[in-house]
Design a protein around this ligand. Structure first.
Ligand code: NIG
Ligand code: FE
Length: 420
């Protein structure tokens, strides 16, 4: 029996999330559930999906490692499509200040915030960054995440941005969770460039971006397009260059102030625009039209005590919505997928079905991989989650607690709550 050859049978519900592109608007409600379902995985790739009776006629159990999922729901592995998983140091002190009433931007403007983590990340060795990154990926895996997007952006200089991306590359190679890398060199204005933001954008375009793109250290380029950080024009300049170099685009858009980030994402054909708490009606319409995935980060709004993004309005306007954690040391220090489900369903007017779509096939689309992950379809990676409950409906119902029992990556069992 070869590694990565697995047969899962008797699943009370096999939730396939079937599809090979982002689901927009009403399509997000469609999960495609097979009762008493089974999946066959060979060499890490899904070979067949169907009812247990159908598949056991075609495939011999003796040829596979077999998991009996009787009484359990089976889903595609979750895709956490927006995180800052590799960073040095922590900002627990700033969290206390925020509890006292200081705002995130006030802390940032007086020299704390992202710049604080930049100092710690510059000082950290590769080994230290690798070790903390690995621990965080282990935790994400336990929540059913099989692919994660990870951003640089705590370096803001050549050496540290490259160091962060290389650490993520190494993590991708050795850890079961796949790491999709994003270059976020324009995450904040470094101290020595204060008031010279345009020159910093020039520096990124001339010195850092070419190395990142030539060495294929990142698939995506992202920017914090925000008042007092980078303007729409600066964002357009950097992202257009990245696009010319063959990179795909993302934006931290319209998070705190309505700046027109959503509109810019549509104009540039970005794969996703993220946060979007303040996105305008026109921005939402433009994204729906251009097929930009709206990646919403409810844990960040929760942690900053802001109102949530208008998920219902976006879906009803025909957008494809993805959900992600935004794990980072400042605005949102959590890798909790259960909390994302809780907030999305209880506070953002999303149905359980829409939230699952947002964390599977739409998450996959947000990292440009809807053709290879995000659903249980033949030909896709064998990335599977088995719940300890018989229905996907238990995911948000068990509030903010993980319902994940087993996680399979490329056909190999990599997490088992039972075995712990
Ligand atoms: O996605 N908004 C900007 N960037 C991160 C926060 C990073 C930090 O505070 O360290 C975010 O929320
Ligand atoms: Fe972020």
């Amino acid at each position: 029996m070869k590694k990565g050859c697995l047969l899962i049978k008797n699943a009370a519900e096999l939730v396939t999330c079937s599809g090979s592109q982002a689901k927009k608007g009403k399509e997000m409600q469609q999960l495609h559930v097979i009762l008493d379902g089974a999946v066959v995985i060979e060499d890490g790739i899904i070979k067949a999906v169907g009812t247990t009776a159908e598949l056991l006629k075609l495939y011999d159990e003796a040829d596979y490692q077999v998991i009996d999922a009787a009484g359990k729901a089976v889903l595609p592995g979750f895709v956490d499509s927006h995180t800052h998983v590799v960073f040095g140091g922590y900002r627990a002190e700033e969290f206390s200040w925020r509890l006292r009433g200081d705002s995130y931007m006030e802390i940032m403007e007086r020299g704390g915030g992202i710049i604080n983590s930049v100092r710690a990340t510059r000082e950290a060795s590769r080994e230290e960054l690798f070790a903390v990154g690995k621990k965080r990926l282990d935790s994400m895996l336990s929540f059913g995440v099989t692919t994660v997007e990870g951003k640089s952006g705590y370096g803001l200089d050549y050496d540290t941005e490259i160091k962060q991306l290389e650490v993520m590359q190494e993590l991708d190679q050795v850890h079961p969770v796949d790491v999709v890398r994003t270059f976020l060199g324009a995450h904040a204005v470094p101290k020595d460039y204060k008031g010279r933001e345009d020159e910093f954008i020039d520096y990124l375009i001339e010195k850092v971006l070419p190395a990142v793109s030539e060495r294929k250290l990142a698939e995506f380029c992202d920017i914090f397009c925000e008042k007092n950080v980078f303007s729409v024009e600066q964002s357009r300049r950097l992202l257009s260059k990245a696009k010319e170099m063959g990179m795909k685009l993302k934006l931290h858009a319209d998070e705190i102030v309505q700046l027109g980030g959503a509109e810019l994402a549509a104009e540039l054909g970005a794969v996703s625009a993220d946060h979007l708490l303040q996105a305008s009606d026109k921005g939402v319409a433009d994204m729906a039209e251009a097929g930009v995935v709206a990646t919403l980060l409810p844990c960040t709004a929760f942690s900053l005590k802001e109102h949530f993004a208008r998920a219902r309005y976006m879906i009803d306007s025909g957008c494809a919505v993805a959900l992600a954690t935004d794990l980072n040391p400042g605005s949102c220090f959590t890798e909790s997928i259960p909390l994302v489900f809780a907030l999305a369903t209880l506070y953002m007017k999303m149905s359980t079905e829409e939230a699952i779509t947002a964390l599977t096939i739409n998450g996959a689309a947000a990292v440009g991989r809807a053709d290879s992950i995000g659903s249980l379809d033949a030909g896709k990676q064998g990335d599977v989650v088995i719940l300890e409950f018989p229905s996907y409906k238990y995911i948000p119902y068990h509030i903010a607690v993980s319902t994940v029992e087993k996680v399979i990556k490329n056909g190999v069992l990599v997490f088992d709550k039972e075995a712990r």
